[in-house]
Design a protein around this ligand. Sequence first.
Ligand code: V47
Length: 354
Amino acid sequence: MQSIIDKIQSGKRLTLEEGVALYDMDIFTLGELASAKRQALHGKKAFFNINRHINPTNVCVDICKFCAYSATRKNPNPYTMSHEEVMAIVDDVVARGITEVHIVSAHNREAGLAWYLDMFKAIKTKYPTLHIKALTAAEIHFLSTTYGMSYDEVLDTMIANGVDSMPGGGAEIFDEKVRNVICKGKVNSDQWIEIHRLWHKKGRESNATMLFGHIEGRRERIDHMIRLRTLQEETGGFNAFIPLVYQMENNYLNVPHAITGQEVLKTMAISRLVLDNIAHLKAYWVTSTINLALVAQEFGADDLDGTIEKESIQSAAGAKSANGIDISAMVGLIKNAGFIPVERDSLYNELRTW
Ligand code: V47
């Protein structure tokens, strides 16, 4: 273990085997190593933003076993918002000074290409400075195959319609064996990577997620991180890595036990150490709980995501996040945890120190 510690302290890059071995380190030493890296990058700043999630449809042609959000037998509640409904939410959001809308939908064949893309044009035309973070690589793959467009064409159309950045969803776990069990049929790992590569090559930025705490093992998590690290080395387009803790309810993946808080914190710390070229590590409070997201700030994380206001994907699977979090609660909790609450925009420009 000492040789790995020496490597970390001299800033050398870790291998897959070393990443896996880090899980056997005691949690406090691991936390200290990750914290040192975090402090060197961001000091005591804990980033968050004031944002609104909008999920305009839950009708999906794909069946991901972990998903409780899409309309299925377990969630027989299909909906598709009209553009007017989406715009009413956006009008309200802008009136209250929110700077980002994060728009992610299911893969709805009935809605039509124009339904997906005209929504962004309408928002951007009315509110040119509002940041639109929208369409995961999974949705882009769906649009590409459904409407016979290349990835490049879909991405160019997104840009032409006003999308600013891409969220990190749909990555799940890249390992093909696990992926085949949990979400066979949707965007595969190479396609997910290729879509982000093309997006970055257009000078655009994105995030990357990893869904963990289900049937994957530690090795698959490190493999996932290293595939992202390799792309980041090539493009530099990722802003944040977001390990999403699997929520167990109302879905078709039978996982007998929830992941422990210790394993979550170890995964955060190892992410910070292995993924040495992505600037930000987000402890997404929705899936980790706000308490663990704050503790994670001592284990390498520097971001908690935002106020969100309405959360539909993870709350459908049991997370207590349906109504987001109040800004004053977010700021107070960060301060009480001993960090400096820094409000950021979607691309991590600092807006205000609270
Ligand atoms: O890719 C679905 C996940 C993701 C469950 O880029 C689940 O800033 C846990 O990607 N338990 C979509 N997670 C959300 C997402 C995201 C969230 C916040 C910020 C950003 C960003 C991106 O939600 C999907 C999937 O991995 N998800 N079901 C579940 N049961």
